[in-house]
Design a protein around this ligand. Sequence first.
Ligand code: ADP
Ligand code: ZN
Length: 628
Amino acid sequence: MKLSWRVILLWTLPALVIGFFVWQGAFAGAGDAGGTNTASTRMTYGRFLEYLDANRVTKVDLYDGGRTAIVQATDPELDDRMQRLRVDLPINSPELIAKIRDSGISLDSHPVRNDGAIWGILGNLVFPVLLLGGLFFLFRRSGNAPGGPGQAMNFGKSKARFAMEAKTGVMFDDVAGIEEAKEELQEVVTFLKQPEKFTAVGARIPKGVLLIGPPGTGKTMLAKAIAGEAGVPFFSISGSEFVEMFVGVGASRVRDLFKKAKENAPCLIFIDEIDAVGRQRGAGIGGGNDEREQTLNQLLTEMDGFEGNTGIIIIAATNRPDVLDSALLRPGRFDRQVTVDAPDLKGRISILDVHARNKKLATEISLESIARRTPGFTGADLANLLNEAAILTARRRKEAITMLEINDAVDRVVAGMEGTPLVDSKSKRLIAYHEVGHAMVGTLLKDHDPVQKVTLIPRGQAQGLTWFTPDEEQGLVTKSALKARITAALGGRAAEEVVFGDSEVTTGAGGDLQQVAGMARQMVTRFGMSSLGLLSLESQGGEVFLGGGFTSRSEYSEVVAAKIDEQVRQIAEQCHQDAIAILKQNREVVDRLVDLLIEKETIDGEEFRQIVAEYTVVPEKEQFIPQL
Ligand code: ADP
Ligand code: ZN
């Protein structure tokens, strides 16, 4: 068990503070030292001098470095009874001491009483010691306690940081929307449950399954569901945890993991982020990483070392199968691959259905309409979305989640927190023109997705937003759809130019221009949609430092690079001109929409289209499809 320093610091800091106060208290107590004697009554310094002169004082005990005295004197008002009185003395009074001594009064000086202070210092130590002891105790308990059903437990031995769940409690029913993956993995459940079915006919049971897909699509959940359905223990570790600073630790972890798994067979081992260890050996900048390679080699050795019918199935997850070492994908290792993609519309409906089970939804809510609004959302995003909506509902003290909360939650998940709208001003007007520019161009271009809403309520980094309803499952996108998107993206800047003039344009279009550049470049270099012809000049992504190798970039000469830039520039320029033309020709309705937007702050797509339709100056749409 690793005892993190942060935890220790956080725990000892309050202890030190408490100790300090205890110590302070002790110090204050020292000044009061005499008070523990009978001398609770005080006497002024002046009275003390009078008593001295009257020879009433019989004894003086000095405390606190001479600042306090306990004086024994006879009191005339109390029948000359002996009194012990406490006097605060002026700090420097050597004459007084001399006078007392001369009068033959018994004089004594006492050092600062220390027992209280000692307690303070001890307190200082005792608290942290107690807390550290407590911490240690806690850790020991959690380390050694036998894990009950469904309880995760960590093995303290040799720093192997893997977790075991005796029962995951997850079933296939809890994982929705990825039916093909589930079907493929159904067989794995049978391997674990009834291996004899397969071995009887001489089949070799596969050892490893690789789940490929972006984060949040439910890969971990699927693996847990397999273990849950088969009723076997679930061992899990993350690839990034294998890679330690010290050479040899990762490899020994792999050994421990497999040892424990064999003791618990049949069982399932889940390795998350396997690309962290399983990357192509010797790739990436700066050469290979010894530790990673050792860990990977150990993993391969272990996988080869047990027979297929040991009852252990290894499931690994990654979103970068392209960087994996080919040795991992050989027969007898991770030879089965199952893709777990972001869900489609139907998938999203069923995932929402799963997560709506424990939430209170208003009856008017249709999960389908939520699913329609959320293309590209993964299972984790959808779960998060419903949770955000539930939080909003509770905050608004409503009985059940309504579509209002759902829509707010979607906006928030996609675009960030809502800000306060600007008051009417020139910049608000400019933002309104910018957004209406996007929406107008998007509406008038035949191949563009419909406007969902235009709003001046800021969100995240954006001062205003135009939402389009994306076409469901954009598997294939046509050239004219791409051009329409570029034109609409330039519609914001174009509106600024048309209305306020060239010198008044703002930085607001920065994000738009980035998108434009990206789309136009891909049209040229990847999709063969320019006069450069049917060339694929760049592959997607493939950053060198991730170990993907030096595939992308510099596959073409400087001359070609210049030609690409020229083509990209041409596409952007043409679309820009088209956007300007559309806005100029529809200036009247643009102005009206801007006024309405400033007044209402949000216009929804339906109303927007209705108003646009009233002004049927809508020209031949084809005219605006830029020709290259
Ligand atoms: P991954 O391992 O692919 O990154 P997880 O399995 O950790 O994703 O998913 C995170 C969370 O998202 C899950 O706990 C679950 O609540 C939700 N989730 C993701 N995919 C699904 C799905 N297909 N069905 C239901 N819930 C899902
Ligand atoms: Zn914009």
